[in-house]
Write a protein that binds this ligand. Sequence first.
Ligand code: FE2
Length: 233
Amino acid sequence: MCLAITGPIAFFISETSAEVTQEDEMNRRWFVKSGLLVSGLAAMPSVALAALTPTPKQTEGPFYPRELPLDHDNDLLKIAGRTGRVMGTPLHLFGRVLNTDGVAIDGAIIQIWQCDAKGIYHHPRDRETGRDPNFQGFGETRSNAEGAFRFRTIKPVPYSWRAPHIHLKVFTPDGKETLTTQFYVAGDPANERDGIYRAIATEAERKAVTLEIVQAPELGGNALATQLTIVIG
Ligand SMILES: [Fe+2]
């Protein structure tokens, strides 16, 4: 299942018209509740008209896919051909890609990858035993004309010495890699013990890659939601 966007707040699931209506309405209600239902650039309140600070670059880590999985759409909770339920807490991630002038980047390619709820990457370098076979682990999508994109994934969990995080890459519309970074969970005590997080130069840059996660029952059961703004320098 691929989650698509037709406007800054118009999201739909491209399977049946009933699902389109329901999903659209759920997202509309979530944006109203969270105070984000405004038009155009102002849809992300963190966007300022002054020059924006580029999102800080961070290490790629050892678990970027050697080859992309066959199913690598933006819904990491569903793998084509599988019906099992993903372990972990669903997280709806709503983002935008901007340049430093605050102008939306249309058609940017955004990739995310993260470990499953057991702390295991679906990668040959990580262990196979205990993997969640229903978690997609990696996803890719494109920003729309408003620079908006979305993913459905799980709330990241810690593993080894790492704080919970989601890896992210952005490519220009013509496929040139332009940013590799990681996003963290606001308030997680492991952040301050994580050397990669602590190595981010400034408090403002750390904040730019720290996700405020909120409850979003309108998006289903125990769903969580968050938003992020990516600024390409
Ligand atoms: Fe990682």
